[in-house]
Design a protein around this ligand. Structure first.
Ligand SMILES: [Zn+2]
Length: 370
């Protein structure tokens, strides 16, 4: 299921392959978010061209609209969405961070409101498993009770109790057929709780372990610290997934600590706001400096957009709010990140990851508020 190919001699970075349902993805990898079954402005054919082999959808959101029955009737999430890559589904635990969905956590599950119909409902670990099995994703995530990243210790302890109980309930209910099941450890920014949660979740029979509840405004240094406090208590043999992290500087630090996969909407969100990633750092394509710039977004990028369009054209499309501008910008940012993950993989294999790590940290300096 998960095979480690190479480990870095200077840090804990490793490359590997995740195989599930005859689909394969090389690690470390980054998944774009296809919350509602599509990556915004991007088609599955684009992803194939870019080389992106996995995405993450949100099972709770899809179960509310269009509903599990519609997707099941289509033959499952892969046929419904037209995407044949590895599909992860998030359980709904992350929606605790979304005011439009979340009402409260109870011992039995999470009380959500349906943003489309306004009805409140209790969502239990059993519901989260049933929905994900019916959707037919390749990797299901356990339901967790995600605390606010800066919540008080008592609240985090209470939510951890739930997260741990629900993790066991998810294992008990899940069929373990044609779908992997990953657990999620939490603990906010408390070292002892990060450790307790990582040890507990690691001890359960999950196929992989995710580190959750980070990249929610705590800043780079605090995120890296909490991630390290969790990861040292996770088995080397299991695949490790850092949820919600997508900034290049965050990614290289996490890879160095031994993280194998990531998901983030950061790159497509940035693209739609006109922030493009290049090998020289970020550029704001709508700025006057690019109005008459006939160069490609990034001369070192071999993507379809950089081969065929100028900064001037993309800048114009973006300033006019043309959907083509959003599409081309999103395409390039995803291609840039895919290329970066490929560079990380080959640097680990060649023993040059430390050089790449320094270069990325210098080009993508973090604006740290923590
Ligand atoms: Zn490009």
């Amino acid at each position: 299921m998960f095979k480690i190919i190479e480990t870095d001699s200077k840090n804990k970075g490793r490359t590997g392959v995740l195989s599930v349902n005859n689909r394969k993805v090389e690690t470390p990898f980054l998944m774009p978010c296809a919350t509602k079954g599509s990556v915004k402005c991007i088609t599955p054919a684009d992803l194939k061209e870019i080389g992106t082999k996995a995405w993450i959808s949100n099972s709770l959101v899809l179960s509310l609209n269009p509903g599990v029955e519609v997707i099941k009737k289509a033959g499952g999430l892969h046929t419904f969405t037209g995407y044949d890559g590895v599909i992860f589904t998030d359980s709904g635990g992350f929606q605790a961070d979304r005011e439009s969905f979340y009402l409260k956590s109870e011992n039995k599950g999470i009380v959500f409101k349906n943003p489309w119909h306004g009805k409140n409902f209790l969502y239990t670990p059993k519901d989260a498993m049933q929905v994900q099995m019916n959707l037919g994703s390749d990797v299901a995530m356990a339901l967790d009770d995600m605390p606010k990243v800066k919540a008080g210790k008592k609240d985090v302890e209470k939510s951890l109790e739930r997260t741990h109980r629900w993790a066991q309930e998810c294992i008990n209910f899940h069929s373990r057929k044609k779908q992997l099941l990953f657990g999620i450890c939490q603990g906010a920014l408390y070292a002892d709780l990060r450790r307790a949660s990582a040890e507990y979740i690691n001890g359960l029979d999950f196929d992989g372990v995710a580190i959750g509840g980070l990249a929610l405004g705590e800043g780079h240094a605090a995120m890296v610290k909490a991630m390290k406090q969790s990861i040292k208590f996770l088995d080397d043999t299991k695949i490790r997934y850092l949820m919600g992290v997508g900034n290049p500087s965050d990614i290289v630090e996490a890879v160095a600590a031994g993280v194998d996969c990531f998901d983030s909407a950061f790159h497509t969100q940035n693209a739609r706001h006109g922030t493009l990633f290049t090998t020289q750092g970020k550029i704001k394509i709508k700025n006057a400096a690019y109005k008459n710039d006939s160069k490609a977004i990034d001369k070192n990028c071999k993507c379809y957009v950089c081969k065929n369009f100028s900064r001037a054209f993309i800048s114009y499309q973006m300033r006019m709010n043309e959907p083509t501008g959003f599409r081309l910008s999103s395409y390039h940012n995803l291609a840039f990140m895919q290329d970066l993950m490929g560079k990380i993989q080959s640097a680990i294999q060649k023993g040059s990851f430390e050089t790449l790590r320094k270069e990325i940290k210098q080009k993508y300096q973090v604006n740290d508020k923590s």
